[in-house]
Design a protein around this ligand. Structure first.
Ligand code: DX5
Ligand code: ZN
Length: 223
């Protein structure tokens, strides 16, 4: 039995114009995006620095009601995850390498009222999911090393997507399978064929002339 579900397109605001973030988010949602992918980097777990819970709260106060998919690339995880739950995050994903107690972090996020995801880097083995797949709502497969937008898709991630798709199907639970990094009109179809159902794209959407056209091209290629 396959648990494949509807396709979700989640533009990463890492490539948006931060000076006009509220408008950019409105614009991309009007263009047909489903989720807002919110990349949080701490210059410690990854060598870059971005935005924190105050910016998530500002988007909510600006009137953004869409699903906010927070991708934490930070170490440690728990305190800021709690702040993001308070700031209006819908789902919070973290990298297991960044938490000493992965099961505890998962349940703290759920207890705070958010959905929870685990993120696998290109060199992270899928066996990190063994004891916790039952507890999570989403697996995020990184198809680049985390830290920067605009990198090239790492093709070996397709095998990992397929492996996790089969674990999810075996579990019988509706767990989303998200892919993040180097997704564009040339790579999205292969990721969908391997079993991803949720697609993050930063530069391919925000550097395009017409967000709506790019998002609809993505949908055609995942159909
Ligand atoms: C990378 C981030 C991604 C990034 C994707 O660490 O997690 O979400 O913004 O950017 P593109 O789509 O440009 O590869
Ligand atoms: Zn991301």
């Amino acid at each position: 039995m396959s648990t494949m579900s509807e396709i979700i397109i989640a533009p990463s605001i890492l490539s948006a114009d931060f000076a006009r973030l509220g408008e950019e988010v409105e614009h991309v949602l009007e263009a047909g995006a489903d989720w807002v992918h919110f990349d949080v980097m701490d210059n410690h777990y990854v060598p870059n620095l971005t935005i924190g819970p105050m910016v998530c709260k500002s988007l909510r106060e600006h009137g953004i009601e869409a699903f906010i998919d927070v991708h934490l690339m930070i170490e440690p995880v728990d305190a800021l995850a709690a702040d993001f739950a308070t700031a209006g995050a819908s789902l919070i994903s973290f990298h297991p390498e960044a938490s000493n107690h992965v099961h505890r972090s998962i349940h703290a996020i759920k207890d705070a009222g958010c959905q929870v995801g685990l993120v696998l880097n290109p060199a992270t083995n899928v066996n990190v999911l063994d004891s916790v797949l039952e507890d999570i709502d989403l697996v995020l497969i990184m198809s680049v090393n985390p830290g920067f937008g605009g990198q090239s898709f790492i093709h070996s991630s397709l095998e990992k997507i397929a492996a996790v798709r089969s674990l999810i199907d075996q579990s019988g639970r509706s767990i989303r399978l998200e892919v993040d990094g180097g997704i564009n009109k040339d790579t999205i179809a292969a990721a969908a064929q391997a079993g991803a159902d949720t697609f993050v794209a930063g530069s391919a959407i925000f550097n395009s002339e017409n967000y709506a056209e790019t998002i609809s091209q993505f949908r055609e290629k995942t159909a």
